[in-house]
Design a protein around this ligand. Sequence first.
Ligand code: PEP
Ligand code: MN
Length: 637
Amino acid sequence: MIIILKQGVTAEEKNNIKKTLKEKGFIVKEIIGKEDTVLGAVGTVQVDPRSIEILDGVSSVVPISKPYKLASRELKKEDTIVSVRNVKIGGSRIAVIAGPCAVESEDQIMRIAEKVREAGAVILRGGAFKPRTSPYSFQGLGEEGLKYLRKAGDAFDMPVTTEIVSPKDVELMKGYIDMFQIGARNMQNFELLKEVGKTGMPVLLKRGLSATIEEWLMAAEYLMASGTDQVVLCERGIRTFEKATRNTLDCSAIPVVQKLTHLPVIGDPSHATGIRDMVSPMALALIAGGASGVMVEVHDHPEKALSDGPQSLYPEQFERLMRDIEALAPVVGKAVEKTPRRIPEAMKEDYKAEEGSRSSDTVAFQGERGAFSELVIRRTFNEDQTVLPCKEFKDVFDAVAKGKAKYGVIPIENTIGGTIYENLDLLNVEGNITVVGEAQLRVIHNLIVNPGVKMEDIKRVYSHPQGLAQCREFLSENLPDAAQIPFYDTSGAVKYIKENRMMDAAAIAGDAAAAHYGLEILKPSIETNPKNYTRFYVISRSENAEFFRSAGKINRASMTFSTPDKPGSLFVVLDILQKHGLNMKKLESRPILGKPWEYSFFVETELEDRHDLDSIIPLLKENTVTFRILGTYTAAH
Ligand code: PEP
Ligand code: MN
């Protein structure tokens, strides 16, 4: 049952409720949500809910209708985000797990780990205990395999996961791995689930070969009832009458499961299809269907693999798949989870301190809570990142420059609205601010109302002028008579209709704004043009730049300069870029403040290597009046 606590419940009352429940024989879990704090009480005992309802601090008691309780969305509305060391699975992230089916030798796992890490996988997989259909097939290297897997994970800074097949191996494996994998054949091995659950460690739970979704969630319940709340579900194909593929990938299980449970769900297209050429398209299908990631088998010599060679991707195929996933991510409103680049030994201590403080650092953005920029922060940093909402773009720059925030996130350009010049100008002015990262967001507008408001009730629609303009077709077709009222901010409009309890109005904003203010999305995705993307910069003071940049390969540079007032002076600069093979991606000119009819230029270029740029800076400086690199970073697309 779910015990909803009163707002303002005291710590003493809460402890007393927990104690009473435990004495009655319940397992108790506390869940702190956005609106309420609830206690989940599960167990074999039966009590009259009224005996709990009368306790001080209890608001109400609701039974959970599903047979799985701790795993159920009824108990916990918000998505669970599972942490496997510093890798997050769930929410608006896409995590890619890759590696060979089995660890075959130290050399093999090291080679493949390096390849998948380079391409962008965040967790390394590799079986050490293989549950094979035939007793005469390769059974895995056992503890020796665990050692090699750990070594490869450490060498390439990746958490590792491997399958456990026997409860007696829990203690041994705990010391080597970061996430247990329960294989399809063991999904209902309840003794194994109980022992693994007791460790409290993250678990990847595969769906059984012929398990229903409910049976699968009951298996997750076993893990959770035994002591872990870090469970990732993995759809890996089920057995049907179809013989063309190894199993039948049940893509529709993804949205079904997401409705029923708060746990993240990923997919395994390798075991689902059993055929290499089908792995990448099905991986993309899983991501498009809403999966929080994929687990893919990769082998550099699949023809010699000791297991599952025919379904293992070549490293080049995996690299291509990663690029496709990167391109698909913003379409489904997600960001690909990344691990920082390898940190040199000498920097490791500093890095640890930095990682520890990262989530407690503040990131500034312009707008009200729930704004699109806040969504970008949650994806680029952490879901629980501390944020600083600012009134104006200038305030974001100020907050970063003065150290009130370590980073800022600012929009630079929208595919429909064009460049946001104010931010280019601010970058030009603020000398100590540098661009350290880039992010991309697909802008999805929704019609948001107070609960209970219907289409026919709506007389006014509030949003930022861009929001109203971008939904013109929907508004003229569906709400031709409603007044369109421009507002300073999309999420501010949501806040406004909520605070004034307006039952005859709607706001247009992103889903984060609806979620933040607890309002209802009456019509999702009402923007006229679905190819509506905004590109953001992550800015920081120069001294904080390096750590953020360590997240990926630096392949983009932004710079600003002014040129002498003579023929061809811009051409000379562009010629230098061209001669050094720097492909220009964007060029803007802006008036220089206080110098009428003089302009500065803003340029973005591709970068093969950061040193390419260093070597031509003196040349660029010689041929310009003012010149500054605004930042080098990893492009978001
Ligand atoms: C595996 O991941 O290597 C594996 C054996 O998968 P499944 O349990 O899904 O068959
Ligand atoms: Mn396999």
